[in-house]
Ligand binder design. Sequence first.
Ligand code: C5P
Length: 223
Amino acid sequence: MIPVLTIDGPGGSGKGTVSKRLARELGWHLLDSGALYRLVGLAARNRGIDLANDIQLAEVAEGLNARFVVPDTGELVQTWLDGECVDEHLRSETAGADASVVAALPKVRTALLARQRAFARPPGLVADGRDMGTVVFPEATLKVFLHASAEERARRRYKQLMEQGLSANLRALQEEMEVRDRRDSERATAPLKPAADAWILDCTDIGIETVVSMIRERLQQVL
Ligand code: C5P
């Protein structure tokens, strides 16, 4: 069995950074499933497809021409869509909001399932998302659900956007994140929620370093 570590949680909980760090330290593959939903939204926008048209959106998801490139220098993964590096567009709050709209469509989720599962290759996978432990990898070796207060999550996301040179307003950001959380948690298909057997970690007051080492320790116990 290929070991899979799932890290789910709301936006700004730190799961992206924690997942990247763990994948690098373990030498495992990384699945940033949010990027796939962001790419579907972006591809749809580029092609003028209505974000409510689930049939066309599922076709976009099926045929997504995406590449994830890890440069030799630095840890930031570059994301390419149809031969173009789309990192700048992809991380924006608009792309996040679009992703959350298309992600609520069952046909889109089904269309992305096999692509996500194909990331599980030796020596192992760290899978970051909302439904990694509940739907995509229900047999995962270890399931973690990261949580943090809404204020702290908005602050982290704000800092992240600033570091990437993107503009943001903290108050507006927190409101947008709340709308997105609500949509993600209340949707009928694969809502944002911890798997029954997930380890729930509130990292409001714990630094990334500590979270990473706590998860590594727990992983050693179950591998
Ligand atoms: O994690 P990220 O902010 O990139 O995710 C963007 C959106 O994609 C989320 O708000 C959520 O609606 C959707 N998503 C999802 N299932 C996942 C990952 C992301 O529905 N596994």
